[in-house]
Design a protein around this ligand. Structure first.
Ligand code: HPA
Length: 258
């Protein structure tokens, strides 16, 4: 199957799909992927934090997750992220397409190319997210009555703690629009595997210090989340012309050994 959704906080099922849970063993550990279909459309669905939301962001096995999807044949991935808002243009309950990121994570396994047998490969990140998938999401969003901001810089923090107000002021100065804990290394690993990958963020709070209190609106977003999932399914089902080049963005210094 070629299409996958990786879902974050708040999304643990996809309505209408009959899923079979599969444990996929990869060289990086096991990944739990739900494999299913609806009206002949096949989809892999991965709940990043586990279906019971028990895996904290810094313990997500991103390499196993992405490798498992590749082993299933996945080439196109849409990922969702619950985020905090730094930009006033993307308030809580707002949606945004990720177009770039700032990486403040540490201690995570962030590459498949670790030297030795895995080779020495530099992966191009000048266009981190797939423009072809992004264009399709933007084209279809109005049909689902969704207003999607077309550009957002994602700040990836390590978590699981939230940020301090001073950190958020710093991220704002650096150009960050939204903040979350799982966007990186996920997108980079997908790119290393030549996947077309787009990220859709939905804000559930103002980031620390932006307002007097950090109030979470996730409980009020069930309807938006459902429409967002429907938008993602439709995007993956529609024909897309992939003239973006996401699948060939590497500088190979020493090729991996088979
Ligand atoms: N910070 C980091 N990650 C998040 C936030 C936040 O404010 N909200 C949702 N995920």
């Amino acid at each position: 199957m070629e299409k996958a959704i990786i879902a974050g906080t708040g999304i643990y099922e996809i309505p209408g799909f009959d899923f079979e849970q599969k444990v996929i063993d990869t060289p990086y550990g096991a990944a739990l992927v739900n494999v299913g279909r609806k009206d002949g459309f096949e989809l892999a669905f991965l709940a990043r934090h586990g279906l019971d939301h028990s895996t904290p962001p810094h313990r997500v096995n991103f390499r196993a997750n992405l490798k498992a999807l590749q082993m299933l044949g996945v080439k196109h991935v849409l990922a969702t992220y619950a985020v905090g808002s730094i930009s006033r243009e993307i308030p809580p309950m707002g949606l945004a397409l990720l177009t770039d990121f700032l990486d403040f994570t540490s201690g995570r396994a962030f590459t498949f190319f670790d030297g030795g047998k895995s080779g020495l490969v530099h992966t191009n990140m000048d266009v981190p997210y797939c423009p072809a998938l992004q264009a399709k999401i933007l084209e279809l969003a109005p049909a689902f009555e969704l207003n999607v901001q077309p550009q957002a810089v994602y700040v990836a923090t390590n978590g699981p703690r939230f940020e301090t107000p001073a950190e958020i002021r710093m991220y704002a100065k650096l150009g960050g629009d939204v903040v979350g804990m799982t966007g990186v290394p996920e997108v980079a690993l997908a790119r290393e595997l030549n996947m077309h990958f787009a990220g859709l963020a939905y804000s559930i709070n103002w980031a620390a210090g932006m307002e007097e209190t950090m109030e979470f609106v996730s409980g009020q977003m069930a309807d938006i989340r459902q429409r967002m999932i429907a938008l993602m399914i439709q995007t993956l089902q529609e024909p897309v012309v992939f003239n973006c080049g996401c699948e060939s963005t590497k500088m190979v210094m020493v090729p991996p050994e088979e």
